[in-house]
Write a protein that binds this ligand. Structure first.
Ligand code: SAM
Ligand code: SF4
Ligand code: SF4
Length: 336
């Protein structure tokens, strides 16, 4: 049996688990779930296939002795699960740092309950403040105000520091970069700009649509005085810059122009219980079958350790070496 932390084939620990609780969403962001591919006829996971919250807790408890420190609840849109505070309570009681990634359109109401249940932090995805651009990007008629209300509720509930993630796409929302920084400067909310990635097979990704971090920084420096800040840990995926007057920070996640596979300590659990060792993995490992076959905590731990110890994923690095053309699963399924 594995009785201590595991490392993979490239010496990386398992510290972080992203847990998808649904593959459904109330938005249809064009870069994630384009409506033509995720419309009426799309087959989502049947709800009976979802791991129960008790089963998710078992996975987390099994990962803890292997080195797990943080979990992030995601999806799809996790707040489509109205009982989410129950899961948060279990995870928080399991002694792991617990965060949530959400589009925040349904966050106003449960923010307080989530905080009381032990949620530590929230990351909100928001790609545009301009109502028209927001509606185009999310392909929904849920107004951007609903998202802003959700962010405010999270701040009020003390789910800090709240982060706002913005995926930048060339020709789509570059004009939103400065307004987002202006809006959240001095509020304690950190905006982070993410390079558009080639996840899944439905968004028609092209390299030319990626706006490299270096361009975003150069652009922001025309308006703001920004200084680089040292990363706290090698596994921090965001590069941090601070406003020189102390009014806050801006972050950059450069998964395309500067891949960080070498420090990737992250696994993903799909809503139906498959463990993926890379965002770009083509297949997962069926933990639900292991749990439902009656494995106890130790056996589940051993199974996860065995999977992790065989891991050699480094897709983003291979992409930049232009050697990888691999099948991939959708982000809404695997959990972004
Ligand atoms: N629905 C929630 C949300 O939007 O925050 C959680 C799930 S979503 C898949 C998680 C994150 O993945 C979001 O911040 C979204 O912007 C990001 N994402 C989805 N597709 C992406 C892509 N092709 N490139 C970069 N980020 C992407
Ligand atoms: Fe939904 Fe999030 Fe994907 Fe947008 S990015 S479609 S909000 S899962
Ligand atoms: Fe981690 Fe895979 Fe992303 Fe590389 S491509 S950083 S291994 S999830």
């Amino acid at each position: 049996m594995f009785d201590s932390v595991v490392v993979d084939n490239l010496g990386r620990h398992l510290r972080d688990l992203r847990i998808s609780v649904t593959d459904r969403c109330n938005f249809r962001c064009r870069y994630c779930m384009p409506r033509e591919r995720f419309g009426e006829e799309h087959t989502f996971l049947p709800r009976r296939a979802y791991l129960s919250f008790d089963e998710i807790e078992k996975v987390v408890l099994a990962c803890k002795p292997l080195g797990l420190e943080k979990v992030r609840i995601t999806g799809g849109e996790p707040l489509l699960r109205p009982d989410l505070p129950d899961l948060v309570s279990k995870l928080s009681a399991a002694g792991v740092e617990t965060a949530l990634t959400t589009n925040a359109s349904l966050l106003s109401d449960p923010a307080e309950r989530l905080a009381e249940a032990g949620l530590d932090r929230v990351t909100v995805s928001l790609d545009a403040l301009d109502p028209k651009t927001h509606a185009q990007m999310t392909d929904s008629n849920i107004p951007v105000e609903a998202v802003l209300d959700g962010i405010e509720a999270a701040v009020r509930a003390g789910l800090s520091p709240v982060k706002v993630n913005c995926v930048v796409q060339r020709g789509v929302n570059e004009g939103e970069i400065s307004p987002l920084v202006r809006k959240f400067r001095g509020t304690g909310v950190t905006v982070r700009f993410i390079e558009y990635m080639d996840v899944g097979r439905t968004n028609g990704w092209q390299l030319g649509q990626v706006v490299p971090t270096a361009d975003v920084i150069a652009y922001l420096k025309e308006e703001f005085e920004l200084e680089p800040v040292d990363s706290q840990r090698p596994s921090d995926v965001a590069r941090r810059w601070a406003h020189s007057d102390g009014s806050g920070e801006v972050g950059f996640i450069s998964s395309v122009s500067e891949p960080f596979c070498g420090d990737c300590v992250r696994a993903r659990l799909s809503a139906d219980g498959r463990l993926h060792t890379c965002l770009f993995a083509s297949g997962g490992h069926d933990l639900r079958a292991i749990i439902q076959n009656g494995a106890d905590g130790e056996a589940l731990s051993d199974a996860i350790a065995a999977i992790w110890s065989r891991r050699d994923d480094r897709y983003s690095e291979l992409r930049s070496e232009r050697t990888a053309v691999l099948p991939r699963v959708e982000m809404s399924y695997i959990g972004g």
